[in-house]
Design a binder for this molecule. Structure first.
Ligand code: ZN
Length: 212
């Protein structure tokens, strides 16, 4: 027998699935419009025409195609949380030059990055408590959802950021020093300002990334 509580549960599941469908429908509609005027883009080649790569944060406010004036086929964009030079980002950078001929790389972190608002310990505690989405308040992220969580988070280096000029410089230096990265590639470090849309160079990073 279905009680009132079960009906409420069914209703909330239906509402969530309608919301998911709606996002999917919007994406498919937008894609149909995009494909309808695809034109000469079908002729694009695999190597980026402008021979450069951007490594940047996945933050939804950043759109590299817009802030750097790109169009399809121009450049490689590698994105992750923070735009960090993780082992996997370096894997993509190596493919980017070795197989696809890029010659200049831009590491672009940004102001007000979510990666500044927690540490490895905070993330590990949050995930150990609950897999629900945490809330960001004046004192950082706190769990508002129910458990259980998982202790698996302690095996991941979350690559958080305490100072974005420092993180850009560290990441450029790590890429520069990597044995699979040739000295001829220029690596630049920038911070994108989410309040103005401007790219601000981090001179220490660009110095660290100078071709050698
Ligand atoms: Zn970010």
């Amino acid at each position: 027998m279905i009680g009132l509580g079960d009906c409420e549960a069914l209703f909330s599941v239906a509402t969530e699935s309608e919301a998911a469908m709606s996002t999917r429908d919007e994406i498919l509609r937008a894609n149909a419009d995009y494909a309808a005027s695809f034109g000469a883009k079908s002729e694009l080649q695999i190597p980026p025409a402008r021979h450069f790569t951007i490594l940047t944060c996945m933050d939804a406010r950043l759109d590299p195609a817009k802030y750097a004036g790109l169009t399809e086929g121009d450049a490689h964009i590698i994105r992750n949380a923070g735009g960090r030079a993780s082992d996997d980002a370096i894997r993509s950078l190596v493919i980017s030059y070795k197989l696809l001929g890029t010659q200049e790389w831009f590491v672009i972190h940004h102001t007000n990055c979510g990666m500044e608002f927690f540490t490895d310990d905070v993330m590990r505690d949050l995930l150990a408590n609950s897999l629900e989405t945490a809330e960001l308040g004046p004192d950082g992220f706190t769990d508002v959802g129910a458990g259980p969580g998982s202790s698996e988070a302690k095996y991941i280096d979350w690559l958080t950021i305490s100072d974005n000029a420092q993180s850009v410089t560290e990441d450029v230096a790590r890429i520069r020093a990597h044995p699979l990265v040739p000295g001829r590639i220029a690596i630049y470090g920038y911070i994108y300002d989410v309040t103005t849309g401007r790219l601000i160079e981090v001179p220490e990073a660009t110095t660290a990334g100078h071709p050698v």
